[in-house]
Design a protein around this ligand. Structure first.
Ligand code: NAD
Length: 247
């Protein structure tokens, strides 16, 4: 494993038939002003994760959960993509479906930068869905803020409450079958701004290595917890490193 500041290594040379899997985490949105999980003074610091991001938290106090996600929606309405998001949108324009962009982020900054095919494995901040698992009404676009028990809307099909379309702790991430297929066939695996502490995403790099074909690269200001599984860690902020990486 090589750990160096990003300017010590050349851009990637992606072959004409090669496939690229990019996994992004909260770090890619940090320079846009959205706090990461671990940031001091962030929105997350004012809440206990289990109160606002778990099925038990929802059942105990749905108003508090909606209060938290309403604040995150309000914050996300005000922020703009940074050069890292734009560089990935440009990469998609070049590689088309040879790029698989998988994000752990629920913010819409990849789409705002122009990415069209984003796999949101942990859900989307501006979507809601019925809390009733047996109601098959699909998640829908929703920019509302719901701050009290009385203002939480109900599903138009079954009448139960709407919940954020977010994968909470203890729930199964979305699209794992598609992700598994893409991990098996990629030639490049690049993680950007993820601490390597939240599974299953933190284990993707090991899965890629078990197939023995892809080069694995991490981008972020510090070594992640799973650094030992990457061929290279290119240290620096996503907004500086990513445009150079794919230049
Ligand atoms: P994390 O908070 O655990 O780790 C963030 C990582 O980003 C850290 O390793 C940090 O070194 C790195 N980082 C900080 N500034 C950076 C920069 N400028 N450029 C590149 N990297 C930078 O986040 P995680 O690993 O994504 O996992 C936490 C969970 O919390 C995920 O499920 C994620 O969905 C969720 N989350 C999402 C958002 C969002 O949607 N924007 C925000 C906070 C948390």
């Amino acid at each position: 494993m090589v750990v160096v500041t990003y300017d010590k290594l050349p851009p990637l040379t992606i072959g004409p038939h090669e496939r690229v899997f990019v996994l992004t985490g909260a770090g890619i949105s940090a320079e846009s002003g959205i706090h990461t999980f671990r940031d001091q003074n962030g929105l997350w610091q004012r809440y206990r994760i289990e109160d606002v991001a778990s099925p038990a938290g929802w059942h105990n106090d749905a108003s508090m959960v909606w209060n938290f996600y309403s604040q995150r929606r309000a914050q996300a309405e005000e922020v703009a993509p940074n050069p890292a998001h734009y560089a990935l949108a440009e990469l998609e324009a070049k590689l088309e479906n040879r790029l698989f962009l998988c994000t752990q982020n629920v913010d819409p900054l990849h789409e705002r930068a122009g990415s069209r095919r984003v796999c949101h494995m942990h859900g989307e901040l501006f979507k809601s869905r019925c809390e009733n698992a047996k109601c098959h009404t699909p998640p829908h676009e929703d920019h509302g803020v719901y701050l009290t028990h009385e203002t939480i809307p109900n599903c138009v099909m079954c009448g139960q409450r709407l919940r954020p379309h977010i994968c909470w702790f203890g729930e199964m991430p979305f699209e794992l079958d598609r992700i598994t297929r893409e991990l098996a066939r990629c030639d490049w695996f690049i993680t950007i701004g993820s601490s390597g502490a939240v599974y299953p995403a933190a284990g993707f790099v090991q899965e890629v290595r078990s197939h023995g074909r892809a080069r694995t690269i991490y981008v972020g200001p510090e070594r992640p917890d799973n650094a030992g599984h990457f061929d290279e860690c290119r240290l620096g902020k996503a907004g500086e490193v990513v445009p150079v990486l794919f230049a």
